[in-house]
Design a protein around this ligand. Sequence first.
Ligand code: PMP
Length: 464
Amino acid sequence: MVLTETVPAAAPPAHEGILRRQSLRESAARTYARSLPIVPVRARGLTIEGADGRRYLDCLSGAGTLALGHNHPVVLEAIRTVLDSGAPLHVLDLATPVKDAFTTELFATLPGELAEKGRIQFCGPAGTDAVEAAFKLVRTATGRDGLMAFSGAYHGMTAQALAASGGAQHTSVVRLPYPYDYRCPFQTGGERGAELAARWTQSLLDDPRSGVPRPAGMILEPVQGEGGVIPAPDDWLRRMREITADRRIPLIVDEVQTGVGRTGAFWAVDHSGIVPDVIVLSKAIGGSLPLAVIVYREELDAWQPGAHAGTFRGNQLAMAAGAATLAYVRTNGLDRRAAELGARMLDRLTSLAAAHDCVGDVRGRGLMLGIELVDRTADADATGARPADPQLAAAVQHACLDRGLIVELGGRQSAVVRLLPPLTITDEQADAILDRLADALTAAVRTTPGPTGSSPTTMRGTSP
Ligand code: PMP
């Protein structure tokens, strides 16, 4: 007689239950959780380990937050020191030695007059909070209301930050052309395209009938991140500085993603040598914990006491982790390392582009890199650009995950595969990342049908 044993259905692995509960309970607005269905339980440096035991190379780095990768020893040590010291963890914005040390370290790295005579305002903990604070500051200081921002920008998800971003659904902010070489709105690209973009901006400001009143400020990213990894030429940035300075319009530079060595200079503005009137900082300055500040020229400090308050502006652990991160990047020259390694990675990505006609453009600065995927069957326009292929980009992201590589998508149509690895990666790790990406690209091209029809016209506006 054969005894059929009832085998209990295998219990679903813990990570599957967690993912299932997440999708049942969390809002439809969740983002990364959709395209990256993993459950991180341990992490160190570039590597994340999932609850299913799989390991991944993390080139998302908390959307560019983790300059030193996950759980760097100097960051953990800084956090432990505060915890073990008995210092208060919450004291609103009262003075503490931890805050003093953070501010001193931050000011030591800032450009020109901001380091010497800048004023700092601790904001709510997210980048978007600091963007809101910057807008409020320049409005108070100038008595004007309007703002100027650039097509493709991303400044956050709160009302005003969103209004200044490329995904805005209303037009309270005047939109200016950003120098996007590959998809130049003037169909010239290069220096000429950037010059025409600058002239358009200047003419809007100088033409008394342009319909654009003098704004309270202009905000820009030195490299558009979520907009598709688009570095602005240094000359164009200098022109924007000149145009705004000559007209007494405060220039706000959003370095939330580009700061702390990411682009191959400590601050991305250092490449061009410009000094903004307001610099907006978050992500890496908190060493993986939430922290956001604005630093601005003292002449703008027209705020009354309490004009910009908030309960969570004194995160002691974030300040300690952030100070340790800033000091580590500075003393180890990780900005220079990002420049060198980024240039080598960009070279390899360029070879990849030569081998794959679905790669329309490869670009980046330092360790902020992107490849724009295009419809390989479509005709190129007058400047050589072809329509974006978001479906292929999603397939590449998926194939990367299968190969243990986490990458982000960005760009106007989510067709730019983005790499934001920690600044601490070794040459071997950089090679491993690019090997996996190349392999994923080949696999995705094989399995994704050619023309993908019309693509969404909105920019990926849900990413932090
Ligand atoms: N500015 C820039 C340039 C950003 O990249 C981001 C986030 N990706 C933000 C602002 C908003 O930061 P947060 O998501 O912390 O609000």
